[in-house]
Ligand binder design. Sequence first.
Ligand code: SF4
Length: 173
Amino acid sequence: MFRLPMVSGLQPYSPDTAAKTSRLRGATVTASVCPYCAVGCGQLIYTKAGTLINIEGDPRSPINEGTLCPKGANTYQLSTNPHRVTHVLYRAPYATAWETKPLDWAMDQIARRVKDARDRGFVTHDAKGQPLNGVKNIGTLGGATLDIEENYLIKKLFSVGLGVLSVENQARI
Ligand code: SF4
């Protein structure tokens, strides 16, 4: 009968290899939810010094028990990706050409236009005289790449902060 030779106490690892640890050791771990679809798989977000280093399935989640589908398993590249767009294309009213603008410029434009629209559309009472304090001329539509924290802030800002009545997202988390 064939027998495996006895393994000695020495292992074929160099001291360098033996001293190596997981790159996740010492990282801050934050529990979150996959942003992509309504299954709502639990994720663990690993950061070091505020920099995202890894995202993986949360084994404590009763939904996915540590697993992620191929899309969810690549959530890391949502944030860390050399192909992320860092500018906007803007076409002014009646213009025929697009202009490249920085993101900060776009943020200022959005803030200004939301403020102007809200000033025009804020309604204190409805047609029956009931208090409304709502805004019907602005709506928001989120997408599946918004994470749970961003959706929380959007809901808080637009509903409670600005009184916007139409706050929607295609994902159902
Ligand atoms: S990991 Fe896949 S199945 Fe789970 S929530 Fe994300 S996209 Fe949906």
